[in-house]
Ligand binder design. Structure first.
Ligand code: GDP
Ligand code: FE
Ligand code: FE
Length: 205
């Protein structure tokens, strides 16, 4: 998707170029360039999986839109939208997706719930993830400059079978967090139970 393309589906009230500029204004070059790579990887995964390309472009480009906001801004947004108070126990790593979607709605005028959910769930995953959400979750993990042990396996698995890629990343993230005694956000744990342990929950809780 080239910079000068015009989005056709009214998911964002402007051109691809304008959206890129709006995102770049809020992010340092390094993180903005990561967003551009996630966009391209998301488009590729979308092509492979029959997912809407404009949604993949937009969601990939904006997924880290709120990452450089202060803790005070996130706390204000959690309170403004009366979001789950448990969020206040967490920090930027969780907030920039879950709460970041609200900045996107307020400031960028993007209201498509599939796109917003792709942002909300790009760090932790979720029990239910649409194909677009899976695409963004994986694009963030395997974009070309990602360099960690197993990234080539992650790329192979994901291009072969998107859902298997989701399971792979979810497992690696759990192992990584456990290894460094980091707290596991409940949604991350629920994602693991569904996508890795393949646990079907019979009863709602
Ligand atoms: P990035 O924004 O492109 O750097 O990537 P992500 O949004 O995927 O991840 C941001 C950070 O959140 C990474 O350092 C992850 O390890 C971390 N993270 C993901 N899930 C959890 C969790 O359940 N608990 C904690 N403490 N950190 C998490
Ligand atoms: Fe992120
Ligand atoms: Fe990212």
């Amino acid at each position: 998707m080239s910079e000068t393309m015009h989005y056709q589906q009214h998911l964002y009230p402007g051109t691809r170029e304008a959206l890129g500029e709006a995102v770049h204004k809020k992010l340092h070059d390094k993180r903005f360039n990561h967003c551009l790579r996630v966009e391209q990887t998301a488009i590729q995964l979308a092509e492979e999986n029959g997912v809407n390309l404009e949604k993949a472009s937009i969601a990939g480009l904006i997924h880290d839109y709120a990452k450089e906001r202060s803790d005070e801004e996130f706390v204000g947004m959690i309170k403004k939208h009366q979001m789950d108070p448990d969020l206040l126990n967490w920090g930027n790593a969780v907030w920039h997706g879950v709460v970041g979607a609200e900045f996107i709605r307020d400031e960028l005028g993007i209201y498509d719930e599939d796109i917003l959910n792709a942002v909300r769930h790009h760090t932790t995953g979720a029990v239910e993830m649409s194909p677009l959400e899976q695409v963004v979750y994986m694009a963030d993990y395997i974009e070309p400059k990602r360099d960690f042990d197993g990234v080539d396996d992650a790329r192979d698995i994901t291009h072969k079978d998107l859902r298997a890629g989701v399971a792979y990343q979810t497992k690696q993230t759990m192992l990584y967090l456990a290894k460094k005694n980091a707290p596991i956000y409940p949604a991350t744990l629920l994602t693991f139970n569904r996508w890795v342990a393949q646990k079907q929950m019979k009863y709602n809780y």
